[in-house]
Design a protein around this ligand. Structure first.
Ligand code: 6PG
Length: 241
C-alpha cells in the first residue's frame, strides 16, 4: 500500500484535486484494460465532485459506476445514495444505463439484496467465489464517528471477511455495504473528508494505536493506493510527515 495524505485549503480545492486524480486513474485504466470501474460514496461531501464530473466530456461508454454502500430505501427516496449520484451526475451524461450498477434495495430483505449485489459483481468481474475483484477507484467518505461506507462502529459488518457485500447497521437502520476486505482489494481507495467535525475521528484513525472496532476507517489498508484528501478544517494537523 502507498498512502498519500493531502490537506487542501478548502472543499473546492479538495474536490478539484479528487477530480484530477480520478481522471488520471480513468485514463490509465481505459488505456490498460479498456474500461474504468469506480464505486461511489454517499453522504454530502462527494456531491460537488459528481456535479463536476458531469461537466466533463468523458468516454462514458467505458465507465462503470457502482456504489460502496446504500441505505435500504427505494432509489427515489431522499436518503438514497443512488438518487443523489443520478441527480448530481449520471442523469446529466450519456452513460449507458447498463454501465450504472446500483445496489438493489427492493427485495424486502437486506441480506437477499446484499447477496444479489455480490452475485452481480462476481458476474461483472468474472470473479471466482472467494476472490475479491479489484475496482479501479473506490471513493469513500468518513463520518465523525470514524465509520466509512456503511461500516459503523461495533457492528457485525466489521467482522465479515469472506464476502464482497454485507448488511450494515446504522442505529438499527439496515444498510448494504462493501466489506472492508473488498474495499482493500481496490487499485485505489480515495477518502474525501471535509469539516472540523471530522478532526477527532481523523486523529484516532491516524493514531499509532487505536481501536478499529471503534474507528472502522482504520480497517481500510488497501493493497493498492490509499489517498486521504482532507480540507484544512478536517486535517490541518495531519500533514503527511
Ligand atoms: C453514506 C456514506 C457514508 C458517508 C459518511 C460521510 O451512505 O452516508 O457512504 O459513509 O460517506 O457518513 O458523510 P458526509 O460526506 O455527508 O460527511
Amino acid at each position: 500500500m502507498n498512502k498519500h495524505i493531502e490537506v487542501l485549503t478548502d472543499t473546492d480545492s479538495l474536490i478539484a484535486r479528487a477530480q484530477e486524480l480520478i481522471l488520471k486513474k480513468l485514463e490509465a485504466a481505459i488505456q490498460m484494460r479498456g474500461r474504468f470501474t469506480m464505486a461511489l460514496a454517499g453522504g454530502s461531501t462527494p456531491k460537488p465532485l459528481y456535479e463536476s464530473l458531469a461537466a466533463g466530456n468523458l468516454p462514458w461508454d467505458k465507465i462503470h459506476v457502482f456504489w460502496g454502500d446504500e441505505r435500504y430505501v427505494p432509489p427515489d427516496h431522499p436518503d438514497s445514495n443512488e438518487r443523489m449520484a443520478r441527480l448530481a451526475w449520471l442523469d446529466r451524461v450519456d452513460i449507458p444505463a447498463t454501465n450504472i450498477h446500483p445496489i438493489p434495495t427492493g427485495e424486502g430483505n437486506p441480506a437477499v439484496s446484499a447477496l444479489k449485489y455480490e452475485q452481480h459483481l462476481q458476474q461483472f468481474f468474472q470473479a471466482a467465489p472467494g476472490v475479491f475483484p479489484a475496482l479501479d477507484v473506490i471513493l469513500l467518505g468518513m463520518g465523525d464517528d470514524g465509520h466509512t461506507a456503511s461500516l459503523f462502529p461495533h457492528t457485525d459488518a466489521l467482522k465479515v471477511r469472506d464476502r464482497l457485500i454485507t448488511v450494515g447497521n446504522k442505529d438499527g437502520q439496515p444498510r448494504i455495504t462493501f466489506t472492508y476486505p473488498f474495499i482493500n482489494a481496490a487499485r485505489c481507495v480515495m477518502f474525501l473528508v471535509a469539516g472540523a467535525n471530522k478532526r477527532m475521528a481523523l486523529g484516532q484513525v491516524f493514531a499509532e494505536s487505536s481501536d478499529s472496532e471503534q474507528y472502522p476507517s482504520r480497517l481500510i489498508q488497501p493493497h493498492g493506493e490509499l489517498w486521504w484528501l482532507l480540507d484544512a478544517a478536517a486535517g490541518s494537523e495531519l500533514e503527511q510527515k
